[in-house]
Ligand binder design. Structure first.
Ligand code: CA
Length: 220
């Protein structure tokens, strides 16, 4: 659940960053088109939020570069109000959704959730696994109907494992999805979060594959 925000307006960029962080995303924020390409080439993102009017390379050029390189990460573009031609050009260049400025941050967060969900091939908002239910919008987890409290990172880790059921997730991959490049990361951070998840959810849910990573098995 890592998002790249590409926005040269400092106030808007800051605002997007804090809203998305509250929603549990690790956020990288860059302010020009060239940095956007650099970041997109070096990290895996769940979602890219892309302003069109940018220094160095504009958003459309960034988007074309990204799609030409075969990347399928969902892209939500931000356009000036009433710029219909921009919206059409953006969608034609491979954007998945757009919002016109000024926009409501709660709506943006909801669209971000929808795009991230589609990215994982899921059409229902709530993830159900046995008696466990994780609701990304409400940020709640229940087991057998009982609410269980998690830290932001524990929640994101559980969500990442549930969204990738049946796939072994390496520590590197999990770290990349949980932390932005600015975050300071302890080398055993993922092990510590896994330990906490097991304390709260029991030892049987998450399996350790030694030397490879962690997996939640698909329900039978
Ligand atoms: Ca701009």
């Amino acid at each position: 659940m890592r998002v790249l925000v590409v926005e040269d307006d400092p106030v808007l960029g800051q605002g997007l960053q804090s809203v998305l962080k509250q929603d549990g995303y690790a956020v990288d924020w860059v302010k020009d088109g060239e940095s956007a390409i650099l970041f997109m080439d070096s990290s895996e993102y769940t979602l890219v939020i892309l302003d069109l009017g940018l220094p160095k390379l504009n958003g459309l050029e960034v988007l074309r570069h990204f799609r030409t390189a075969g990347k399928e990460t969902p892209v939500l573009i931000l356009t000036a109000r009433d710029a219909v031609a921009d919206k059409i050009a953006g969608l034609d260049a491979g954007a998945d959704d757009y919002m016109t400025k000024p926009f409501d941050v709660d709506e943006l967060a909801a669209r971000a959730r929808a795009l991230s969900r589609r990215q994982t091939g899921r059409s229902t908002p709530v993830i159900t696994h046995g008696d466990l239910q994780l609701d990304p919008a409400a940020h709640t987890v229940t087991q057998g109907g009982v609410v269980i409290e998690f830290s932001g990172r524990e929640f994101s880790l559980l969500q990442a494992l549930l969204e990738n059921r049946g796939k072994v997730m390496s520590k590197d991959k999990l770290t990349e999805s949980l932390y932005s490049w600015k975050d300071e990361i302890e080398s055993n951070a993922i092990e510590v979060h896994i330990h906490h998840l097991r304390k709260k959810l029991g030892n049987n849910l998450i399996r350790t594959i030694r030397g490879v990573g962690y997996v939640i098995d698909k329900p039978e």
